[in-house]
Unconditional design. Structure first.
Length: 161
């Protein structure tokens, strides 16, 4: 069981890194779908079968299909690929790397400790997260969905000729 967990974790991290560094948007989306599927395997291997199914159905299925349609709708061409090559120069990674370093340190500290409660964090069950999301935080969830919809409509209007 732990071999499956670590193997899928390695695949998830590598496919995410490859997705970030791809110049072609379609290739990046395909690697990101692979990352989401390997994350579903991680959920399954730790006993969260429902979360694994939701990961595949909701994220790798519905949301990534929406991203593919947006990428097709925007019809990014050669000029965009040239701009991506400029943005992906090694010197452009310095700022994001400095911002991500504290997160990496925190992740290592959390993985080094066996329990999340030792660092002062409470462990929440999936039921409690669902109750919170659709209870007191339902407005924030609905605002996030409206923001995503507004971004999609705005991208359509900006890309239309």
């Amino acid at each position: 069981m732990s071999t499956l967990f670590y193997l899928s974790a390695i695949v998830s991290v590598l496919s995410t890194l490859i997705a970030i560094t791809r110049i072609n948007v379609t290739h990046a989306l395909l690697y990101f779908i692979l990352s989401l599927i390997s994350l579903a395997v991680i959920f399954y291997s730790v006993g969260a079968h429902f979360a694994a199914a939701l990961e595949v159905i909701v994220y790798a299925g519905a949301i990534m299909v929406m991203y593919v349609f947006v990428a097709m709708m925007l019809n990014l061409g050669k000029a965009t690929e040239d701009q991506e090559r400029v943005w992906l120069k090694p010197s452009m990674w310095i700022g994001p790397s400095l911002m991500a370093a504290p997160l990496l340190v925190e992740l290592i500290l959390v993985l080094k400790d066996t329990g999340a409660t030792e660092m002062g964090h409470a462990v929440l069950a999936a039921k409690q997260v669902g109750i919170d999301l659709f209870g007191p935080y339902v407005l924030a969830v609905e605002l996030a969905s409206m923001l995503l919809l507004a971004g999609l409509v705005g991208a359509y209007h900006l890309a239309r000729k």
